[in-house]
Design a protein around this ligand. Sequence first.
Ligand code: PLP
Ligand code: COI
Length: 341
Amino acid sequence: MATKDIDWGSLGFGYVQTDFSYVSNYKDGKWDEGSLTADHNITLSECAGVLQYAQTVFEGLKAYTTEDGKIVTFRPDLNAQRLNDSAARLEIPTLPEGRFIEAVEKVVKANADWVPPYGSGATLYIRPYIFGFNPVIGVKPADEYQFRILCTPVGPYFKGGAKPITIKVSDFDRAAPHGTGHIKAGLNYAMSLHPIVTAHKEGFDENMYLDAGSRTYVEETGGANFLFVTKEGKVVTPKSNSILPSITRRSLMYVAKEILGLEAEEREIRFDEVKDFAECGLCGTAAVISPVGCINDHGKEIKFPSGMEEMGPTTKKLYETLTGIQMGRIEAPKGWIHVIK
Ligand code: PLP
Ligand code: COI
């Protein structure tokens, strides 16, 4: 077996079918043992819970080839925990202890030839998800579920990779107070489709969502959390109950404080403070850290001093340290790197 003959450098963030997926079924109150499958299609009832009432939750993590040739994942225990938190909120049965990581290990090992080589700029994106399988017509949870993991090699989430992007302040809301913004439910992303299509038509790369209650505070984008750097060099990130607790963001805040010796704070951030920040970035598994050069607020532009050509200096340090840890160039904090093979 050998690494696939793919032009890794030209991959975008799209679906490429790999050799194996993982599948496990929940029926009669329990999960089966689970297994690998080479069948990448699903046959299910026209009335399945997922189709009628969007009962589905998912995760996103990546497998990397390190400098010394190992295949690793980054903090999968946190994805396991978050998938179960998401499931509980949508009345989906949680996975038994250990099952998530065992499944990730199995499916990544089976697709080892699809893990892009070190230095290629690409990674293997791993998408675990659980959805309501059996017919449901009254509004209630399904009784049967499927847990699957698909893998697909990916390049940068935003075209242009590390080049700063331009985003707009959205007039739409992504998540309601006391709603589902803090979990990774498919329905949150359905909510964001019209706003993102609208933003793209207008020439923007992403949306900045404000808090739905008061439209005063910064929340997040459709697929990433915000990090800002103040003019004094402090890293700040929005605190809110309706944003996804990003594993990348939590890791970067630790990197900022414990490795780079920067001040770092999670706090409520008013939108009217943003114009005074020195740098802005979007962080997430898919986005890694994507620098934001400009925010368009209904025609009024906030241009960050870091400009439209390069990442700001602090964002760059954070990016290089995090990717250095993920690719095995920098020693990782204990428990962050999970070796698969
Ligand atoms: N926010 C949203 C809405 C997301 O979809 C994601 C992606 O998972 C993130 C933030 C970043 O989270 P993480 O760093 O755990 O990938
Ligand atoms: C991720 O970063 O893993 C995401 O899920 C974001 C997006 C692709 C939905």
